[in-house]
Design a protein around this ligand. Structure first.
Ligand code: F0G
Length: 451
């Protein structure tokens, strides 16, 4: 069979704890059944997210020792800027402390009350920033993207016809394309789709913002699945992504195996507009809220992202996980995506309604029976509408993220084994309801109890 293999070796380790189930039950109750509120020491395998928890390489650690500490004019930033320019070809680079900080700057600059932001699909923090500035998200995902089980290779594609119809209305702040579309299961879009979006943008005088947080795996999928690009290098493919975007931003908690963020562009006017907000919200232009050590680590991490053997790891391990679960009959999102394995909680728990928060209930139950921490990506992650009603999510997913270069194959196998057991016993899982519910981004801090 096609076993994936680690293209790195372990040289520093962190001990894991697997606390007994009775203790997990207690910890889960204390966390209000919200996996965000668990303490890491009570978690066995942390598959909550791939954000800020990727493993660094020896080269990254070495670079961190050479960081140039300076409030202004740090050489670490110069090296970072040069690497971003080399990879994306963009002369202007703005640092920010993480992805949503980039979104804050972009949205404050370009989103006006009443404007729309058409996109393939929203991300939670992006939507919050667009709404905060009086704008509205318009999702134009291709119809295949909504089919949880599919063999369509690019479920992150935007529907071009709908986009054109929307752009004709003329009130769009910008078009946003999210690489490795997070909330629909880490699904990539095709480079040909991006190119067509860019053409439409030009035709209607709009511009295109690329969220490149999950670009690494999207690059790999383009090379593997889009025949036109199979003989191109990852660097060449990256350059084509960049040429077809007007502004690129990324969370370096995902892209670059460290922690931070950046916005880059070839458009001087855009740069000048956004630049003013960086010292106000982030810090001076040569650190933007990041530590210089992290800046050094990202610089090397971006370079490593151009290596196919590095960026293939997550997609191949996730593919293995998805194949095994599918064989065991567990409902999973297919094709396998780039940031984790996504379980179809709606189908896993057919006896629950969306108002029972099936994905949240599954996340809680899975921690209880395995010690593995996943993340709810469903109705719980949607905030209520202006009338206080739940907004049912398009999909109810339990995300089991695979942070890059962190887990071994046997840890993946353990997860598959436990999930298969839970699926056979899914009848024991009941719904959840809030007893402590924040208004914005409620999934982070809200607490729930069994219905
Ligand atoms: N865009 C995408 C596609 C993301 O996945 C994230 C973060 C952000 C923007 C925001 O970046 O966290 O650095 O502020 N996703 C994390 C996750 C939170 O767990 O999926 P950030």
């Amino acid at each position: 069979s096609n076993l994936p293999i680690e293209m790195h070796k372990v040289r520093i380790v962190q001990k894991l704890n697997l606390i007994p189930i009775e203790e997990r039950k207690e910890k889960l109750a204390q966390a209000g059944n919200n996996t965000f509120l668990l303490k890491n020491r009570d978690v066995f395998l942390d598959m909550l997210t791939d954000s800020g928890v990727n493993a660094m390489s020896d080269r990254q650690q070495a670079a961190m020792l050479q960081a140039d500490d300076a409030y202004a004019g740090s050489e670490s930033f110069e090296r970072f800027e040069a690497k971003v320019k080399e990879i994306f070809g963009t002369p202007f680079v703005l640092p920010a402390h993480q992805g949503r900080a980039c979104e804050n700057i972009i949205c404050r600059t370009f989103v006006k009350p009443g404007s729309t932001v058409p996109m393939n699909y929203h991300f939670t923090t992006t939507k919050a920033h667009i709404n905060l500035n009086g704008g509205k998200v318009v999702e134009l995902l291709c119809k295949e993207g909504f089919e949880l089980e599919s063999d369509f290779p690019f479920k992150g594609n935007i529907d071009l016809e709908q986009l054109e119809t929307h752009l004709k209305k003329g009130n769009s702040a910008f078009i946003r394309m999210e690489a490795g579309t997070n909330l629909i299961g880490g699904q990539p879009f095709a480079l040909s789709n991006l190119k067509a979006v860019k053409k439409l943008a030009e035709k209607y005088g709009a511009f295109l913002v690329l969220d490149a947080s999950l670009l690494a795996e999207n690059l790999f999928f383009v090379k593997k699945k889009e025949s036109e690009y199979k003989d191109k290098t990852i660097r060449q493919i990256t350059a084509e992504f960049a040429e077809n975007s007007d502004i690129i931003y990324f969370s370096a908690r995902k892209l670059g195996f460290a922690r931070g963020g950046a916005i880059c562009t070839t458009n001087k006017e855009f740069y000048e507009k956004m630049k003013e907000l960086v010292p106000l919200f982030e810090g001076f232009l040569t650190y933007g809220g990041m530590s210089v050590r992290e800046i050094e680590a990202i610089t090397v991490g971006l370079d490593e992202t151009m290596d196919e053997d590095v960026i293939s790891q997550s997609p191949l391990f996730i593919e293995h996980m998805v194949c095994k679960l599918k064989k065991a009959g567990v409902p999973v999102v297919t094709p396998s995506g780039g940031l984790g394995c996504h379980i179809n909680a709606g189908k896993f728990l057919p006896h629950l309604k969306s108002s029972d928060y099936p994905a949240g209930a599954l996340a809680a139950a899975f921690y209880l029976i395995s010690g593995v921490r996943g993340m709810e990506r469903g109705t719980l992650s949607m905030d209520r509408d202006e009338n206080g009603n739940d907004v049912p999510s398009d999909m109810e997913l339990l995300r089991l993220a695979l942070p890059r270069r962190v887990f071994t194959l046997s840890q993946v196998e353990y997860t598959v084994d436990r999930l298969t057991w839970l699926y056979k016993n899914a009848g024991i899982i009941g719904g959840l309801e809030f007893f402590d519910e924040p208004k914005i981004l409620r999934f982070f801090l809200g607490k729930l109890k069994p219905v």
